[in-house]
Design a protein around this ligand. Structure first.
Ligand SMILES: OCc1ccc2c(c1)OC[C@]1(O)c3cc4c(cc3O[C@H]21)OCO4
Length: 352
């Protein structure tokens, strides 16, 4: 009946965290590596001994694998053992292949970072957060400091490196996406990567397009003592004041960290930076573009999850197609083109 369907829907969402935590446990145990290194489907006993689990934990491992197999992270096959009996064996799926360490597609650091207590414990303060008028992130409301201050506190240095590893692993996925979007960068003589940090992504572009003069633009304390080469240089400054001129301005995962007023300022400064190129200049935005009407339900759910992660930790936001349209037009640009890139993000080419 409808009542019981509603109860199942409600309870499923209440216990979604169990699946997340089972995935985190699988990542911490190194199950994907053990199966990958085994080179063929692995039985429960072989896996338990590879993981050096106590014999009393074998059945617990089975229960975790059962849920994760049900949710598409492992595949179950049957093998005939030496006595000719059928035995269950587990193999990887495309999703768990993203947990195999050492590969450019390894996203374990995102699993580790996103499910770190610093991202979870703050939710116990949500009622307090809703009932105060002070504009701050849920994280600040819960801990009294910004997430950035927490990351940069030297006592938490492992969290900072975990965060940087997560950004780096997401950038490696961008390298694959770059191959599929060469046309966006072809013909450019120069590009400035705004809020490019220490240049992780800019280096990927520089490697793929060595003739483009790439500038990594970020706050002076971020790029201060970094040196590049003849076609990759670091410039310190304030993107809310002015952006160094180039044929193209790259804004990758930048605008989702800022509200509309701040984003408008960044876009207007970007338009100024490419103005010498007339019609040939462009701004390349890489961010989530939510399209609830046409996108797959699961994709939209991930994008709306990300919207709340950005809101609660950075007071940032993910934008819908309509919001991008308004922001781009308010900034004075004449046209733009949105195309999907690397899974759940979009590449928006904006023309003056
Ligand atoms: O655009 C920036 C950006 C991009 C991705 C992520 C950001 C911020 O913070 C939330 C997040 O879920 C997260 C939180 C973390 C972490 C990694 C991590 O990846 C996710 O390591 C420690 O805490």
């Amino acid at each position: 009946s409808e009542l019981y369907h509603a109860q199942i829907h409600l309870y499923k969402h209440v216990y979604n965290f169990v699946s997340s935590m089972a995935l985190k446990s699988a990542m911490e145990l190194g199950i994907a590596d053990a199966i990958h290194n085994h080179g063929k489907p692995i039985t429960l006993d072989e896996l338990a001994s590879t993981l050096k689990l106590h014999p009393s934990k074998v059945n617990i491992l089975y229960r975790f694998l059962r849920l994760l197999t049900h949710n598409g992270f492992f595949a179950k096959t049957t093998l005939k053992n030496k006595e000719g009996e059928e035995e269950i064996a587990y193999s990887l799926t495309p999703s768990s292949k993203l947990l195999v360490s050492g590969k450019p597609t390894c996203l374990s650091s995102i699993v580790k970072g996103a499910l770190h207590p610093s991202s979870l414990d703050m939710w116990s303060a949500s009622k307090k957060w809703f009932n105060e008028e002070k504009e701050q992130t849920l994280y600040e409301c819960a801990t009294g400091e910004s997430f950035w201050d927490f990351l940069n506190k030297d006592t938490e240095s492992d969290t900072l490196s975990m965060f940087q590893d997560a950004m780096a692993s997401d950038s490696r996925m961008f390298k694959l996406a770059l191959k599929e979007n060469k046309h966006v960068f072809e013909g450019l003589e120069s590009l400035v990567d705004v809020a490019g940090g220490t240049g992780g992504v800019t280096k990927l572009i520089h490697d793929a397009f060595p003739n483009i003069k790439c500038t990594v633009f970020d706050q002076p304390q971020v790029v201060g003592n970094l040196t590049g080469n003849e076609n990759l240089n670091f410039v310190g400054g304030d993107m809310f004041k002015s952006i160094p001129p180039a044929d193209a301005v790259l804004l990758k995962w930048v605008l989702h960290d800022w509200n509309d007023e701040q984003s408008l300022k960044i876009l207007k400064n970007s338009k100024e930076a490419i103005s010498h190129k007339g019609k040939d200049g462009k701004v390349i935005i890489i961010d989530i573009s939510i399209d609830e009407t046409s996108d797959d339900h699961g994709l939209t759910e991930l994008q709306l999850d990300y919207d709340l992660v950005m809101l609660t930790m950075f007071l940032g936001k993910e934008r819908t197609k309509k919001e991008w349209d308004k922001l781009i037009r308010d900034a004075g640009f004449s046209s733009y083109k949105i195309s999907p890139i690397s899974g759940f993000k979009s590449l928006i080419e904006v023309y003056p």
